[in-house]
Design a protein around this ligand. Structure first.
Ligand SMILES: C[S@@+](CC[C@H](N)C(=O)[O-])C[C@H]1O[C@@H](n2cnc3c(N)ncnc32)[C@H](O)[C@@H]1O
Length: 258
């Protein structure tokens, strides 16, 4: 695996330490500038909010993400930023470069993003694809995603109840992308159904790409669960939890509709 980015290291130190001083005591000199009081407060509050959701339903997650997005746009979608838009852009660019290298983008590709959050991928992918639709359960996230993609006429943002992809037609999409949204679907018991729905909306030859299946299961269990769901849905699994990136530790799960 490639060396971890400083933002990711800083996030992990702050999450694991009981105080900012304790985090700073463990940090190497190049990480220290990232361990500010603001970043520490943001990371701890964001993690606590996400941990203490009263239930795992899409409605409960919508409320949590509404609140997180009001607090910090960048940290609400990626704690490893931590709260820094520049670092978030670097992480976004790396995912886009990986998708490009996998030949999953192109001017004739129609893309669906499940859990688009603040729309960082909608904006970044807009010039690289024919059109992209972002779905999210959080109204605040959808509003921010629309604001970030104003003027991009190949981007559409839709608020979804989060239980299926019924807003999307059969065989109408070339790439279904989900970055850090499956952990919430797994929690809600909706992950397998969403893989099945992804198979329905994908055109033949289309791809499903998920970064992070679960935050709590071991990687081998995640790989088994994804492989089972993909095969059940008639998709051919390819990557089963690949460490693909340097800026964060997201695992890539991919499958193709043959
Ligand atoms: C950690 S954020 C990631 C956002 C975005 N993919 C990114 O990486 O910037 C997770 C997003 O998934 C959304 N989400 C959670 N459950 C969902 C569901 N059932 N359907 C659609 N979106 C969901 C949340 O509202 C939140 O915006």
């Amino acid at each position: 695996m490639a060396p971890m980015d400083d933002g990711l290291t800083a996030m992990q130190l702050m999450l694991g330490a009981p105080t900012l001083e304790a985090a700073r005591a463990e940090a190497s000199p190049e990480i220290l500038p990232l361990l500010t009081e603001t970043a520490y407060a943001l990371v701890k509050r964001t993690a606590a909010e996400a941990d203490h959701a009263s239930d795992n339903s899409p409605e409960a997650w919508a409320a949590v993400f509404d609140e997180l997005a009001r607090r910090s746009r960048a940290a609400s979608v990626a704690l490893y930023s931590p709260g820094d838009e520049g670092r978030l852009q670097t992480a976004t660019d790396e995912v886009v470069a990986w998708l490009r290298a996998q030949r999953l983008l192109g001017p004739d590709r129609l893309v669906l993003e499940i859990g688009c959050g603040i729309g960082r991928f909608l904006r970044a992918l807009s010039p690289e694809v024919e059109a992209i639709v972002g779905l999210d359960v959080s109204g605040v996230m959808c509003a921010e995603a629309r604001a970030r993609t104003t003027g991009l006429d190949n981007v559409v943002v839709l608020q979804t109840p989060g239980r299926d992809l019924s807003m999307i037609d059969d065989a109408s999409v070339d790439l279904v992308l989900a970055v850090d949204s499956y952990p919430y679907l797994v929690g809600a018991g909706l992950a397998e159904a969403h893989v099945k729905e992804s198979a329905r909306v994908l055109a033949p030859g289309g791809d499903l790409v998920i970064f992070n299946w679960s935050y709590v299961e071991q990687p081998t269990k995640q790989a088994e669960a994804f492989e089972r769901a993909a095969q059940k849905a008639g998709l051919a699994p390819e990557h089963l939890g690949k460490h693909a990136l340097r800026t964060w530790d997201g695992l890539a799960f991919t499958a193709r509709r043959l």
